[in-house]
Design a protein around this ligand. Structure first.
Ligand code: FAD
Length: 299
C-alpha cells in the first residue's frame, strides 16, 4: 500500500513527489515517458534552467528523486483506476496493480494540431504554441499565427512584441470589424487565403494561391485533450478552457473527487514547465496534509 500513487512522472508529477518523499512517505510514480515538450530541443523560460534540453531537465529531476528510498518508479502506463474504501487501485498496461491512499494525476495533455502538410514535423522546431517559450529565439524576425480557433486573435495581438506579425486566417477564422481594428492597431498583417503546406527550415508558408511567406516561426494554438478514459469513470469534474477541457481543481489542486489531486497541464488552461512544477508541489503538499490531518478511517 502506497501513501500516494502519482500517475505521470514529468515536471508536475515529479514536483508532486518531492515533498512527499522528503516527508519519508511511500510513493509510486507510474510514468509512460511521453512528455508534451519532447518535440523541442530546448526549454526556455524556466528559472535557472533557461535553454536546457527538456529531456535533461526531466532526467536530472528523476535522478535526484531516485535518491529517496521510499520512491518506487514504475515505467508503465496506467490503464484503469478504481476508488475504494482504502483509497485507489491502479491497474497498468503491464498488468500490475498498485494500491494507494491518495492519487495524484499529472498526465499532461495531448496537442491536436491542424492537418497542414509539413506542420507536424516542424512542431517544437519552427512551429510553436507559446511565444514566452520560443518567441525570443526568433530574433525579432517575422512571425505568423495560423488560425485554428478563437485563440488566433489572442496570439495575433500578442505576437507583435516578438516580431512583425502576419495572421493566416486559413478559412477558419473571420475577424469582426472590431477585431480588424485591433489587429490594425497592433500592426498585424492579414493573409486571408488557405495555407497549403509548410516547408523549409527557416519556415516557408505555402499558400493555395502559390504565394509564399518566409517566416522566422509560426504559432498555432493547438486544441488539447486529456485522453485518460479512467478519469471519466472516476467522475472528475471538468472545466472548459479556450483550448479544450481541463480538470477542475481547487487552489490546493484537489479535484472534485476526494483524495484525488491533479496538477500540471491537465489542470490549467495554459501550462508551462514552471506552472507544472508549482502545481505539482502544491498537489504533493496537499496530499501530504490530507494524510496527516484526515485519517483514512474518517475518509
Ligand atoms: C512543442 C512544445 C514546446 C514547449 N516548450 C516549452 C518551453 O520551452 N518552456 C516551458 O516552460 N514549457 C514548454 N512547453 C510546455 C510544457 O511542455 C508543458 O507545460 C509541461 O510539459 C507540462 O508538464 P506536465 O508534467 O503537466 O505534463 P507532461 O510534461 O506532458 O508529462 C505528462 C507525463 O505523464 C505521462 N502519462 C500520461 N498518461 C499516462 C498514463 N496513463 N500512465 C502513466 N503515465 C502517463 C506522460 O507519458 C508524461 O511523461 C512546450 C510544449 C510544447 C508542446
Amino acid at each position: 500500500m502506497y501513501d500516494v500513487i502519482i500517475i505521470g512522472g514529468s515536471y508536475a508529477g515529479m514536483a508532486a513527489a518531492m515533498p512527499l518523499l522528503r516527508a519519508r512517505r511511500k510513493v509510486a510514480i507510474i510514468d509512460a515517458g511521453v512528455r508534451r515538450n519532447r518535440f523541442a530541443s530546448h526549454a526556455h523560460g524556466v528559472l535557472a534552467l533557461d535553454g536546457k534540453p527538456p529531456g535533461e531537465i526531466a532526467a536530472e529531476a528523476k535522478r535526484q528523486l531516485l535518491a529517496y528510498p521510499t520512491l518506487n518508479w514504475v515505467d508503465d502506463s496506467a490503464t484503469g483506476v478504481i476508488k475504494n474504501t482504502s483509497g485507489f487501485e491502479v491497474k497498468t498496461h503491464k498488468r500490475q496493480t498498485l494500491h494507494g491512499a491518495r492519487l495524484i494525476v499529472a498526465t499532461g495533455v495531448r496537442d491536436q494540431l491542424p492537418e497542414v502538410p509539413g506542420l507536424l514535423e516542424r512542431w517544437g522546431q519552427s512551429v510553436f504554441h507559446c511565444p514566452y517559450c520560443h518567441g525570443y529565439e526568433l530574433q525579432g524576425g517575422e512571425v505568423g499565427v495560423l488560425a485554428t480557433n478563437d485563440m488566433a486573435m489572442h496570439q495575433a495581438l500578442m505576437l507583435p512584441d516578438w516580431g512583425p506579425t502576419v495572421l493566416f486566417l486559413n478559412e477558419t477564422f473571420v475577424p469582426s470589424d472590431e477585431q480588424l481594428a485591433q489587429l490594425e492597431q497592433r500592426g498585424v498583417r492579414i493573409e486571408p487565403g488557405r495555407v497549403a503546406s509548410l516547408s523549409g527550415e527557416d519556415l516557408t508558408v505555402n499558400m493555395d494561391s502559390g504565394v509564399q511567406h518566409q517566416l522566422a516561426g509560426l504559432f498555432v494554438a493547438s486544441q488539447i485533450s486529456i485522453s485518460q478514459p479512467w478519469l471519466d469513470t472516476l467522475g472528475c469534474e471538468m472545466e472548459q478552457s479556450p483550448i479544450g477541457p481541463v480538470l477542475w481543481t481547487d487552489e490546493m489542486k484537489q479535484t472534485s473527487v476526494k483524495h484525488l489531486y491533479a496538477c500540471g497541464d491537465n489542470a490549467r488552461a495554459a501550462g508551462n514547465v514552471t506552472f507544472a512544477i508549482a502545481d505539482g508541489a502544491t498537489a504533493g503538499l496537499s496530499a501530504h496534509r490530507s494524510l496527516l490531518f484526515e485519517p483514512l478511517a474518517k475518509a
